[in-house]
Design a protein around this ligand. Structure first.
Ligand code: GLY
Length: 297
């Protein structure tokens, strides 16, 4: 079958000055994942490759350049899931790993567990040969300045809103019909230390099932968790819903039921794509049915 891939760089109000960087980041991430699929590689490798590019790009809230938490530190969450086996690997609240999606992959492939957090996750990284960085290596000057502005303004919601940016994710189906999904985030601006959102949780931050489809979420994690958004949307695919309608329905549920904002990308078993969001923008990229690359915003 024809492979398919969709990547996102988060649902948020992207300021005009950041639009081009978001578009370029999503395009580069798409191309990295697509190279894997074009070469006949597995969906899980394509998703990981795409997310590494997004984590390395400081315009997104994942890996290098993530939001700082209340203590002025970056704490990262990530998950990868494969739809053939429903196996997943995830990490939460890691502070010394440049590419948490690579560590999530090691949890998936080399650990009996699904989710490792904090010091234990970093210990596992060392055992797996993933080098640890210094916590400050993940901090950009612009995020440090944003954190200082938030702190000086007493953490008003307006200050947080002004420096929100995007969780990242990808969903793919490869030539053999295997589906994978992944998500990576620095979480919310000035979150409480140790706070973990939807992103590293199966069914919330992402879901993949070869019998139905795959999904990756972005947005306000406290709300997304309550409706188990990724699994909910994949279950609608399972019931025969079109991906675009399922994505729109999930975002409506997020808004109507738990007053949350966010976005969702979906791929079904036929490789059809859906994308929806309730924020002003969601950075994302995919190929349309004619093979043209669509990059938004
Ligand atoms: N959706 C990312 C987070 O809330 O942490």
């Amino acid at each position: 079958m024809q492979p398919a891939l969709v990547v996102h760089g988060g649902a948020w109000e992207i300021p005009d000055v950041a639009v081009e960087a978001c578009r370029a980041g999503c395009r580069r991430a798409f191309e990295a994942g697509w190279r894997v699929l074009e070469a006949g590689g597995p969906a899980i490798d394509a998703v990981e490759a795409a997310i590494v590019v997004l984590e390395d790009d400081p315009v997104f809230d994942a890996g290098f350049g993530s939001h700082l938490n209340l203590s002025g530190r970056v704490q990262l969450d990530a998950i990868l899931m494969e739809g053939a086996t429903l196996d997943a690997g995830a990490v939460a609240a890691v502070e010394r790993v440049r590419n948490p999606i690579r560590l999530a992959r090691r949890v998936l492939d080399a650990s009996p567990h699904v989710l490792l957090a904090g010091d234990g996750a970093e210990q596992f990284a060392c055992e797996q040969g993933i080098p640890l960085c210094r916590p400050e290596d993940l901090i950009t000057p612009s995020q440090l300045a944003a954190w200082r502005r938030c702190r000086e303004s007493g953490h008003t919601s307006a200050a947080h809103f002004a420096c929100e940016h995007g969780t990242v994710g990808a969903v793919a189906i490869d030539a053999t019909g295997r589906i994978a999904a992944g998500t990576s985030t620095g979480g919310t601006c000035c979150k409480y230390p140790g706070r973990v959102g939807d992103s590293p949780l199966i069914g919330c931050g992402c879901y993949a099932d070869d019998e139905a489809g795959g999904a990756s979420s972005t947005g306000w994690g406290e709300a997304i968790m309550k409706i188990v958004m990724a699994k909910t949307a994949v279950d609608w695919l399972r019931a025969g819903e079109e991906p675009q309608r399922a994505a729109e329905r999930a975002i409506r549920l997020l808004s109507d039921r738990v007053h949350g904002t966010g976005g969702l990308i979906l791929v079904d078993r036929q490789g059809c794509i859906g994308a929806s969001f309730s924020t002003p923008h969601m950075a994302h990229a995919y190929r349309d049915p004619d093979g043209n690359l669509v990059v938004s915003p």
